[in-house]
Design a protein around this ligand. Structure first.
Ligand code: FAD
Length: 497
């Protein structure tokens, strides 16, 4: 832990006169009730600053494609498989690679199986080491840091890494190719089910049949069904991989969270919004002139407006003296978090973003999905690969319960409780919370962030957190937790009935 005393230069900014709610609802996700808003403020003037705004810069990178020779499906030769996987993101490819090694006939359908994944993935290095995928990290930092506020920083003694999308995708694709997975370049627009067989209708007119369809098409999927209201929280972030003149971050530490808000000192409207619905900076410094920077709302409901996130980021970078010379890549991150699991069981199986695997309190998912896909793969192989011929309802029951056994559903309820609590915290309470959280025994905070604690360990973590919390933080817990706690207990009761 370190005390910061370096005040950073503050650049005077004009202030907006009217306040509008920074919360909004994404148009492609279920609408949630919004608080009433006042009129939109006049266009903010941050972009006319002395540094100009990085928002005006167009990303330099162009879409990238792998040059692999994929075994493409010839629908006139074969259109029936054991397993069809919709989507070749990390979840779909990892599952395809694992299931196909049992000799199960797998077809992956995606409009662009060879295009590079767009997201910039960060993981804890030990998570990838455990998966034997440490070769798929293109940069690691021996430590991470968390700026609690303008005076206090915590160093986290846990290595963090940036996933090489290219290496990971090639690793998974090559596994698929050598196990005989076939690929079909198309978008699935409909899934049909009969008693023992399902089919996907593709936008090129082809119908492909299989004993099981797995939907790995990401968060916006419409194939997996829910039987409860989808009251997600949302993580929203704007990220850029940027070439900069200089930046103030140490090269041996990635910045997991920077909760400082001095950059809003001359922006009362932005500051008020940030105090109520805080955002933090996530940063991966690659070298003195190349850095990934992401202004992030950890979780909000309704979702914080994207425009608000970007305005805060402009103010922050200016305050930190970071002048962006060029944007190499940019990303808009919108992740539904928590909320109910899909209906269990149902005829379409899910994995990844479609199956509720995202961590409800952090938005992380890649490492966990890569770890869970083999678990699901084993269950699928047991049902489809054996002579036992488990098909139809017993198959759906086995696969869904294989991915989400009751204990894991209960654990997920706990993480959702964490999310519901975070939703209630303003900036000060959030800072107090993370100060106490990263003070926990590493076994607990590592385990919490990597979704590997048992229910008993989670209970111990809660007690320990309360013990270490400051008095105001205890007050937050006592006053803000009861409603989420009641919700969790209710959901746990429903799960276990
Ligand atoms: C910007 C961003 C950054 C993230 N960063 C991190 C991070 O740092 N660490 C972390 O752990 N998690 C992160 N996540 C969360 C999560 O890990 C990712 O969203 C991850 O990509 C989800 O993997 P997936 O395979 O489920 O879906 P996706 O990666 O979304 O892949 C879905 C695939 O399905 C295809 N598809 C979609 N619809 C159809 C259709 N109808 N027919 C056929 N194919 C279809 C798409 O073309 C795509 O290839 C991030 C998420 C976002 C959005």
């Amino acid at each position: 832990m370190e005390t910061l005393s370096r005040p950073l230069p503050s650049h005077l900014l004009p202030t907006s006169k009217r306040y509008s709610s920074p919360l909004t609802s994404p148009s492609f996700l279920p609408r949630t009730k919004r608080p009433s808003t006042t009129a939109t403020p006049p266009h903010h003037r941050i972009q006319n600053s002395k540094f100009g705004s990085f928002l005006d810069l167009n990303p330099k990178s162009k879409p990238e494609f792998l040059s692999h020779d994929l075994p493409w499906l010839d629908p006139s030769v074969r259109s029936r498989f054991d397993l069809i996987i919709i989507g070749t993101g990390p979840a779909g490819l990892r599952l395809a690679e694992r299931v196909s090694q049992y000799g199960i006939r797998v077809c992956c359908v995606d409009p662009s199986p060879l295009s590079m994944w767009p997201n910039n993935y960060g993981v804890w290095v030990d998570e990838f080491e455990k998966l034997g995928l440490e070769d798929c990290l293109d940069k690691t930092w021996p430590m991470a840091s968390v700026y609690i506020d303008d005076h206090k920083r915590r160093h986290l003694n846990r290595a963090y890494g940036r996933v090489s999308r290219k290496k990971l995708k090639i690793n998974l694709l090559e596994g698929c190719i050598s196990n005989g997975v076939e690929f079909h370049k198309a978008k699935v627009w409909k899934v049909n089910h009969q008693e023992f067989e399902s089919s996907v209708i593709c936008d090129d007119g082809n119908e492909l049949k299989a004993s099981l369809i797995v939907d790995a098409s990401g968060y916006a999927s419409t194939f997996v069904e829910y039987d409860k209201p989808r009251n997600h929280g949302y993580q929203i972030a704007h990220g850029i991989l940027a070439e900069v003149d200089a930046h103030p971050f140490e090269l041996d530490k990635m910045v997991l969270m920077d909760w400082r808000d001095a950059h809003l000192g001359n922006e009362p409207v932005l500051r008020a919004g940030n105090s109520r619905f805080p955002t933090f900076l996530y940063a991966m410094p690659f070298d003195s002139n190349l850095i990934f920077l992401e202004e992030t709302s950890l979780v909000s409901r309704p979702v914080l407006s994207y425009r608000e996130v970007k305005k805060r980021m402009v103010a922050r970078l200016r305050h930190l003296g970071i002048r962006v010379k060029s944007v190499v890549e940019d990303e808009k991150c919108l992740i539904p978090m928590g909320g109910p699991l899909p209906r269990i069981p149902q005829s379409v199986m899910g994995i990844g973003g479609t199956a509720g695997i995202v961590h409800p309190s952090t938005g992380y998912m890649v490492a966990r999905t890569l770890a869970l896909a083999p678990v699901l793969g084993d269950v699928i192989a047991e049902c489809l690969g054996s002579t036992r011929m488990i098909r139809g309802k017993p198959l759906y029951h086995r696969v869904w319960n294989g991915l989400w056994p009751i204990e894991n559903r209960c654990i997920r309820e706990y993480y959702s409780f964490g999310m519901e609590t975070l939703l209630k915290l303003d900036l000060d309470a959030t800072r107090r919370f993370f100060d106490a959280f990263f003070d926990l025994d590493p076994h607990y905070w590592h385990g919490f962030l990597s979704s590997r604690l048992s229910l008993m360990e989670l209970a111990m973590l809660s007690l320990s957190l309360f013990e270490r919390a400051s008095n105001p933080s205890r007050f937050d817990i006592v006053t803000k937790c009861p409603a989420p706690l009641v919700k969790m207990v209710g959901n746990l009761a429903l799960e276990t009935i």
